[in-house]
Design a binder for this molecule. Structure first.
Ligand SMILES: O=c1ccn([C@H]2C[C@H](O)[C@@H](COP(=O)(O)OP(=O)(O)OP(=O)(O)O)O2)c(=O)[nH]1
Ligand SMILES: [Mg+2]
Length: 154
């Protein structure tokens, strides 16, 4: 368990909280009413700031229920909150539904914050990278799937 300093910039709203003990994500709320047309995105304030200890990151993930029911997602998912960031956490919501607008009210839970340990790397430049079994194969190099009515594999 890690202790994180939290500042409520909007004290009338509850602070981020875990819905159940052991949950990975603490829910974040919108401080504003909003309506997103199909395809529209908006940077939404949550009314909280945090001071993470060094060696930690907080990731802003979408909520799966809102995604499944309304197509609500996050453009930059998962958003990265750096340990040194002291500003308000914001969520870049997007309505991916093709037809219906998404309407949210102040106080609705819009995203979840996942706190993780993170390594800081030292990048050591070399002329050639060591060999590996995978090599430079990627982007479907191990095969994909074939549509029943088509010859090619995608
Ligand atoms: O979903 C997010 C993503 C980022 N941030 C804040 C915290 C983070 O530390 C800062 C910068 O984020 P990031 O590094 O992803 O954005 P950037 O475009 O690289 O901005 P910068 O040049 O400020 O690093 O913005 C949020 O509040 N919510
Ligand atoms: Mg950055």
């Amino acid at each position: 368990m890690v202790e994180i300093l939290l500042q409520r910039l909007d004290p009338d709203l509850p602070p981020p909280s875990y819905a159940h003990p052991g949950d990975a994500g603490a829910d974040l709320r919108t401080t504003v009413d909003l309506r997103l047309a199909p395809g529209e995105r908006m940077l939404v304030p949550t009314g909280v700031g945090i001071a993470l200890p060094e060696g930690y990151v907080a990731l802003v993930h979408p909520r799966s229920g809102l995604a499944a029911r309304h197509g609500l997602s996050i453009v930059n998912t998962p958003g990265t909150v750096d340990a040194g960031y002291r500003g308000e956490i914001k969520v870049l919501l997007v309505n991916t539904d093709a037809h219906e607008p998404v309407t949210l009210r102040r106080g609705d839970r819009i995203a979840q914050l996942v706190v993780q340990r993170v390594e800081t790397a030292t990048f050591v430049e070399v002329d050639a990278l060591p060999e590996s079994v995978r090599g430079s194969g990627g982007y479907g190099s191990t095969g994909g799937f074939t549509y029943p009515d088509r010859e090619e594999t995608v």
